[in-house]
Design a binder for this molecule. Structure first.
Ligand code: IPM
Ligand code: MG
Length: 360
């Protein structure tokens, strides 16, 4: 468990309470806690201490809060809290980042899009997480003849593309059976290779429907007709951007979980949202994205899909009972809405998990 900074650290104890309250006997998780991000910089001088990486490597899964905040914004790029997160993803080789964007019926009104466009939305973004421009070399900054320049390299080799494409096709088989691969193959060589390799991998998944889309069009289609998508597979940078867009379709970034898996199904589970320094410490943060990340952890790394389903059902119930944190509360006042903070929202989920509720 790596609570990290800002609302991550604030929300984590409540997420633990939810996990401990699941009433499925098989789940017997042993937790230990480590430092990452800004808090690790303060305590150990680096955003990802060796001991954190070692303990993460010795675990079946990592549940992470969030990293970063204004306190550390002045630090050079390679010493910032975000580096801790990137180092952890890379250190565990968690290349497959799963970012579901689903709407809860109780929240369709919270979306900035019309209700009829986002009802029953169920998109899964499969983002490559350990390659591409985030990690490509050479990278850096230099001054030539008094002119400052900076550069990064977007690079993928075929093994990296092949393994993420396989993950996407495999997952599509458990869903609607459609994969849309997003690239910029009309301009960038690296994504032209991406497209070719995805086509090659598709030969083993003929039962899955494959389409390709340029990233600019994908951004537009996501806000035009989001339900056309089932699984979207894309590189690190495009996935970063499109997953924020997809998140907002569901009403709030505060709702979205994510999981990042390596080849051994060890995973890092974290909310898509950041550390929200503007509200950190005031007890109002929405804990649901991290609670749902805990559910994903049960499903994908701990072999306990029934626990995952139990938590997800309880979140749905808490919402339909009217519990809302401020980020998902309707702007006009509704009598049925109960505006609550972090702790009460977690309590509502725990209450909704009680066995009696399963009779619903
Ligand atoms: C995300 C975040 C991270 C990323 C940052 C915090 C490094 O935006 O998980 O989407 O860009 O991957
Ligand atoms: Mg992001």
């Amino acid at each position: 468990m790596l609570p990290g900074d800002g609302i991550g650290a604030e929300v984590m104890p409540h997420v633990l309470r939810v996990l401990e309250a699941t009433h499925v006997d098989k789940l017997d998780i042993e937790f230990n806690e480590g430092d990452i991000g800004g808090v690790a910089i303060d305590r150990h001088g680096v955003p990802l201490p060796e001991v954190t990486l070692d303990e993460a490597r010795a675990s079946d899964a990592v549940l992470l809060g969030s990293v970063g905040g204004p306190t550390w914004d002045h630090l050079p790029m390679d010493q910032r809290p975000e580096k801790g997160l990137l180092g952890l993803r890379h250190g565990l080789d968690c290349f497959a980042n799963l970012r579901p964007a689903t709407t809860f019926p109780a929240l369709v009104h919270a979306s900035s899009l019309k209700q009829e466009l986002v009802e029953n939305l169920d998109i899964l973004i499969v983002r490559e997480l350990t390659g591409g421009i985030y990690f490509g070399e050479p990278r850096g900054e230099e001054t030539i003849d008094g002119v400052r320049r900076a550069f990064n390299t977007d690079v993928y080799d075929e093994t990296e593309v092949r393994r993420i494409a396989k993950v996407a096709f495999d997952l599509a088989r458990t869903r609607q059976g459609r994969v849309c691969s997003v690239d910029k193959a009309n301009v960038l060589e690296v994504t032209a290779l991406w497209r070719n390799i995805v086509e090659e991998v598709h030969a083993d998944f003929r039962d899955v429907e494959l389409s390709h889309m340029y990233v600019d069009n994908a951004g537009m289609q996501l806000v035009r007709q989001p339900r056309q998508f089932d699984v979207i597979v894309t590189g690190n940078m495009f996935g970063d951007i499109l997953s924020d867009v997809a998140a907002m379709l569901t009403g709030s970034l505060g709702m979205l979980p994510s999981g990042s898996l390596n080849a051994d199904s060890v995973g890092i589970y974290e909310p898509v949202h950041g550390s929200a320094p503007d509200i950190a410490g005031s007890g109002v943060a929405n804990p649901l994205a991290t609670i749902l990340s805990g559910a994903m952890m049960c499903r994908y790394s701990l072999g306990a899909p029934e626990v995952a389903a139990q938590i997800e059902r309880a979140v749905g119930r808490a919402l339909s009972q009217g519990f809302r944190t401020q980020d998902i509360a309707p702007r006009s006042s509704h009598r049925e809405v109960r505006l609550v903070g972090t702790e009460s929202m977690a309590n509502a989920v725990i209450t909704a998990m009680r066995p009696a509720y399963d009779l619903w």
